[in-house]
Design a binder for this molecule. Structure first.
Ligand SMILES: [Cu+2]
Length: 476
């Protein structure tokens, strides 16, 4: 008897719950657009102006891919691949029913082809299939925004994990009809894990480490692309009494974030960036390739600490940010005493991401120096396709290790690097029909990288000189 009563009670409670769910799916395919506007794009931690009550429009997005050197931590350099020049990439703000005309541009100085998969797109590859773009090219595709929420976008060019690991991700927000409820301040934060040849803190230019990435053992776990992006002078700011909304994403490529703000409780969380709103939350999970929208009111002054609560990441790998809240004490909410020192980052310092690639390394002269220089060029450019030890990728990128094709004709190899190659090639008896993009390298760089490739992995030890490269370059 008692059991039956509990059963009935449970099902009534369950139905009650169901009826409280006010979610109604909007058929966005029926929303008509009214006029055309250019999308405002912002770099983190800022977001474009709210959509408000504007009608659905044709929204033009111009996003440029830029490969550039930046600083991961104090003295630690890294070559980032970016959407719009920042990690994470430019924030894109749309509303349900918009028709987005997407222009993806690959800067001519870049070394690699890229594309974009937007999780807000309903269509093959989230746009990836239509957006493969070589350096110096621009591709266009369009899509209608059918689902509201906060979505990740990322590059999906092989090797996908490496493109994401180098910073190729960002967020696109789709606001509901009428917009999200207004708040006082909005910010953009995205977590990412990074894999460097050297250990955490090892100075100098650090190449990407594929082995660590496969093992999921990052050296850095950071917000907005580097340690210190949200601390010191870069800390977010707010005043007592304001409501703050954080658009939180996780680019991964591997780790799930336990997103938490020390000293606050989230009043509202759009779980996984969707329409379900949870309240009074301490820590919210942000999956790799996922997002969440959190908002809270700040009631007392002090420093709030943004962390991934998988806490060794915060204190040893960089996932630490701050919100400096100013205003009058509120002794009822919090009595004090307070200290800003307790969570001072270990080794976290303020960095800037330089716009220009840093000065060229001194000239390599001896054969040993030239091979060393070639190795470093290889690990910045060729390695993405031909793989760290030159073994290539089956059916996609031919091997450079023990390559009969490479060893047969040095001038042809120089020509490939200078001018790129499309169409069929046969290497060690296997056919490849893909794209090698022209590499924007100087004569010295081409000579050194090829000398390195020839000197290793069982190749012919041929030495390539800048004069040989120059001769091929001047050939029509
Ligand atoms: Cu890419």
């Amino acid at each position: 008897m008692k059991k039956i009563f509990i059963l009935i009670f449970a099902s009534v409670a369950f139905i009650g719950c169901k009826q409280n769910d006010e979610y109604k799916k909007v058929d966005a395919t029926q929303i008509k657009v009214d006029g055309t506007i250019n999308a405002e794009l912002t770099s983190p931690p800022f977001v474009p102006k709210p959509v408000g009550d504007r009608p659905a429009k044709k929204l033009i997005v111009n996003l440029e891919i830029i490969e550039k050197e930046g600083e991961m931590a104090d003295g630690v350099k890294y070559v980032y691949w970016t959407f719009g020049g920042s990690v994470p990439g430019s924030f894109i703000r749309t509303r349900i029913g918009d028709e987005v005309e997407f222009h993806l541009k690959n800067h001519p100085d870049n070394k690699l082809p890229h594309n974009i998969d937007l999780h807000a797109v309903t269509g093959p590859g989230g746009g990836a299939k239509s957006s493969f773009v070589a350096p110096g090219h621009e591709v266009t595709f369009s899509f209608k925004v059918l689902n509201q929420g906060l979505f990740v976008y990322h590059c999906a060019t092989a090797p996908v994990g490496m493109h994401i690991a180098n910073g190729m991700y960002g967020l696109i927000l789709v606001e509901p009809e009428g917009g999200l409820p207004p708040v006082d301040k909005e910010y953009y934060i995205m977590q990412g894990d990074f894999y460097t040849k050297g250990a955490n803190g090892e100075k100098g230019l650090q190449p990407f480490d594929m082995t660590k990435a496969i093992k999921e053992e990052p050296d850095y776990v950071v917000f907005n692309g580097k340690t210190g992006s949200l601390t010191g002078d870069n800390a977010l700011t707010a005043k007592v009494g304001e409501t703050i909304r954080l658009f939180v994403g996780n680019g991964g490529p591997n780790l799930v974030s336990s997103f938490h703000v020390i000293g606050e409780i989230f009043d509202n969380v759009h779980v996984e960036g969707g329409t379900l709103i949870n309240h009074d939350v301490q820590t919210t999970l942000v999956p790799s390739g996922g997002a969440a929208i959190v908002d809270f009111k700040v009631e007392a002054p002090g420093t709030l600490i943004i962390v991934d609560h998988s806490i060794f990441r915060t204190f040893n790998k960089g996932s630490l940010g701050m919100i400096n809240v100013t205003g009058d004490d509120n002794k009822t909410v919090y009595s004090g005493p307070q200290s800003d020192e307790v969570y001072h980052p270990e080794g976290g310092t303020i960095q800037t991401m330089p716009n220009e690639a840093s000065a060229k390394a001194p000239k390599a002269v001896t054969l040993v120096e030239r091979i060393a220089d070639g190795k470093s060029i290889y690990s910045r450019t060729c390695f993405a396709c031909h793989q760290p030890t030159g073994e290539g990728l089956p059916n996609t990128f031919p091997p450079l290790a023990k390559s009969d094709f490479l060893n047969a004709d040095v001038n042809r190899a120089i020509e490939f690097v200078l001018k790129g190659k499309t169409g069929e090639v046969v290497v060690n008896g296997k056919k490849y029909n893909s794209v090698m993009t022209a590499q924007t390298l100087t004569d010295d760089e081409v000579a050194n990288v090829l000398t390195y490739v020839y000197s290793t992995w069982g190749n012919s030890k041929k030495e390539v000189t800048p004069a040989m490269v120059k001769a091929i370059r001047s050939k029509k």
